[in-house]
Write a protein that binds this ligand. Structure first.
Ligand SMILES: Cc1cc2nc3c(=O)[nH]c(=O)nc-3n(C[C@H](O)[C@H](O)[C@H](O)COP(=O)(O)OP(=O)(O)OC[C@H]3O[C@@H](n4cnc5c(N)ncnc54)[C@H](O)[C@@H]3O)c2cc1C
Length: 403
């Protein structure tokens, strides 16, 4: 059996490993647009800050793949797929036949167009190369403007503070981390970040960049000017859909897949940030890995009866910034359709969300790690809580061993 995998992020690398375990004899070829071996993308903020050198985030050396007889074509994108003849072509001209293909091509940073966006010192970070480039560009600079106040942007922004920069975060929403916080937790987080040199301009949008050669100013839509030696754009991601469009796959926000990670075209599968499965939230490492564990088995299974099905888990997010604890999981009920129980002190904010059947649907916890493990497990298990427990969760010092 000939298996072709396109993309060498967590989805492609995990699927290759699983496919090999499932089928020791299959030919497995991995096309990778990037020149680096599979690395821990989640750790790129530490590369930006200089705490880790690029080689420290690489998961395995090339010999690891050679030992498993997985052919890795670094720096060669999958350029064409001919489903009628079952042939693929790589960007460096290689051709080969396939039985099954996995598209694990991930996503790219959004770069909304702004007047002046061709000036120097404007960055977005998706790849190891982007992170290392930003590390060198930021050294010796004083101030950065970060466009977009999501988790990823804040982690990268805090990484820049470790190089001595102060940061102004420009966020369209009226609060910090709009998707992961409630108004209460956002305010606590804003105070903690301010103490680290990260200031916020909320409810504001960039209009254009100005400077001569390099960026010097971000001009806001309301006319205000923010001086900047460097701009970092963190405005979400967009899935890589070129191949899917050429193949005329069913595409919505990303490539639509069923529980077997099959696309609308026979023998073509998709997993990770480029895939869309109802009920699953994309853009997360664990989601991509879980989908790839399923896809890897299915692309290598000789008998359809051996296929695995993907079951989405509630999403969970952690802000990985030293000194600031923020974890959230499941449904934070932004529209207040369920019961929200808050526990608040000067340094701690916790909200748990209970659905109509008294199940723990989600939580956010800021300023403490106490309860994260137990709450996370209860959200994943959709645990039904007693009336007494629900009442007790409003106490900041709730004993989580009773959960
Ligand atoms: C800085 C940063 C920090 C993050 N932190 C977290 C975190 O803390 N927690 C979390 O859950 N998630 C985090 N994420 C998101 C997480 O890393 C992604 O959800 C995950 O990497 C997606 O994996 P993937 O394999 O689907 O796609 P990707 O990691 O995007 O890999 C896809 C690969 O395919 C390549 N490719 C594209 N087109 C082709 C082609 N035609 N042929 C061959 N190769 C191609 C791409 O270049 C890329 O190398 C972070 C992301 C970034 C950028």
């Amino acid at each position: 059996m000939n298996i072709v995998i396109s993309g060498f992020g967590v989805a492609g690398a995990t699927a290759a490993e699983e496919a090999r375990k499932k089928n020791p004899k299959a030919y497995i070829t991995l096309f990778s647009k990037e020149k680096d071996l599979f690395y821990y993308r989640m750790r790129l903020p530490e590369v930006v800050s200089g705490e880790l050198s690029p080689d420290k985030v690489i998961a395995h050396p090339l010999s690891w793949y050679n030992d498993r007889n997985i052919e890795v074509r670094l720096g060669e994108s999958l350029a064409e797929v001919n489903p009628a003849e079952k042939i693929v072509r790589g960007s460096m001209g290689s051709r080969q036949t396939y039985d099954r293909i996995l598209l694990a091509v991930g996503a790219e940073s959004n770069r909304p167009p702004f007047p002046g966006d061709k000036l120097g010192h404007i960055f977005a970070v998706r790849s190891l190369n982007d992170a290392w480039t930003l590390h060198f560009a930021a050294k010796g600079q004083k101030h950065a403007v970060l466009i977009g106040g999501g988790i990823l942007g804040l982690e990268l922004g805090c990484a820049l503070t470790k190089l001595g920069l102060t940061i102004t975060v420009l966020e369209r929403d009226s609060r910090v981390l709009p998707r992961q916080t409630t108004p209460g937790s956002a305010e606590l987080l804003r105070r903690k970040l301010a103490a680290m040199g990260v200031e916020f301009v909320l409810g504001a949008e960039a209009d254009r960049f100005e400077g001569s050669g390099k960026v010097e100013n971000v001009v806001l839509k309301d006319g205000r000017d923010l001086p900047a030696n460097l701009v970092l754009i963190s405005a979400g991601v967009q899935p890589n859909l070129e191949l899917a469009r050429v193949l005329d796959l069913k595409v919505d926000r990303a490539i639509v897949v069923n529980e077997f990670m099959e696309t609308s075209l026979p023998d073509v599968y998709a997993a990770g940030d480029c895939a869309q499965f109802p009920g699953a939230v994309g853009g997360l490492w664990t989601t991509s890995r879980q989908q790839a564990l399923v896809a890897g088995v299915n692309i290598a299974a000789a008998d359809p009866a051996e296929r695995k099905a993907y079951v989405p888990q509630p999403p969970s997010n952690t802000l990985k910034v030293a000194g600031i604890d923020l974890v959230c999981a499941g449904n934070l009920d932004p529209d207040n359709t369920m019961t929200g129980i808050e526990a608040v002190t000067d340094d701690i904010y916790r909200k748990v969300v209970i659905d109509g059947e008294n199940r723990l649907a989600g939580f956010t916890n800021v300023g403490t790690t106490n309860g994260n493990r137990e709450l996370n497990a209860a959200v994943m298990a959709k645990k039904v809580l007693s009336a007494e427990t629900i009442k007790g969760l409003a106490q900041p010092d709730f004993d989580f061993s009773t959960l």
